[in-house]
Design a protein around this ligand. Sequence first.
Ligand SMILES: NC(=O)c1ccc[n+]([C@@H]2O[C@H](COP(=O)([O-])OP(=O)(O)OC[C@H]3O[C@@H](n4cnc5c(N)ncnc54)[C@H](OP(=O)(O)O)[C@@H]3O)[C@@H](O)[C@H]2O)c1
Length: 274
Amino acid sequence: MDRYAVVGHPVAHSKSPFIHARFAEQTGAELEYGLMDVAPEDFTQAVKSFFDEGGCGLNITLPHKQRAWELSDWRSDGAERSEAVNTLFCDDDGRLRGHNTDGIGLVRDITGNHGGRIKGQRLLLLGAGGAVRGVMPALLAQKPASICIANRTVEKAESLVRHFAGPIAMQATHYDELAGRQFDLLINGTSAGLDGKVPALPEGILADSAWCYDMVYGRGQTPFQAWAMDQGAEQAIDGCGMLVEQAAQSFYIWRGVMPNTAGVITALRQTLQH
Ligand SMILES: NC(=O)c1ccc[n+]([C@@H]2O[C@H](COP(=O)([O-])OP(=O)(O)OC[C@H]3O[C@@H](n4cnc5c(N)ncnc54)[C@H](OP(=O)(O)O)[C@@H]3O)[C@@H](O)[C@H]2O)c1
């Protein structure tokens, strides 16, 4: 039986075991996918033991993505640029290979599953934590017109803008400095929604036909989706699809088979309702 797991702290809430069990059923794979709640000081040893004991692959979640990046002997371009790894596996030479599939998951959900556009759009990213950092390489690769990163702690947004500086116009800002500006695609990468909150955004920042995407997901509409609909967004999408798409990319990296995601997104939504 091939063994996989997600490592986090805490991790009990993770939907990854559910998603990978559906991928396994669909592809006829015999695997088990577990939860590993590991404190930061135990992370390195836990990863080593997992692979030494024949484990096949790990997903990495809060707060370990940066440490996983440091531990990796090889990193994909996206992981290298974001300095965050959410997928690990050990190659035949015993080298730890690190990927970041969050950005691919987000882009596939927006452009593939929902038929949205990132290229040429004015993007506003809310938040400057690990999630936003992780998706930046994939978003930049789509060639948006510009990216503005707004965060409660503006220094973190400034640091991301410096880190990802390149040909695409980028800016860091406080939320209250957004008044009078307009954006085509807003992506919420804050965890404010977990407390039922929305970042303090001024009125009127959605351009005509703007789309809003919340990386957060839960039972029913998220607070950010509700805010977006209230502001007249053309689409307000939650992060269920991103979660399943990033998992599918991890599954592909580990097993060389790309699972079908549509039915799994529907199944995940159904379990979240209950
Ligand atoms: N759908 C998916 O596949 C997926 C993938 C990755 C992450 N996520 C979700 O994305 C969210 C962020 O994850 P993360 O890893 O980036 O977490 P993180 O590193 O802890 O960062 C949290 C971010 O949220 C901001 N924030 C928290 N509470 C806020 C509030 N009340 N008002 C305004 N801003 C607030 C923080 O601002 P400060 O810097 O000012 O503290 C920071 O920018 C989580 O809810 C996570 O579940 C979803």
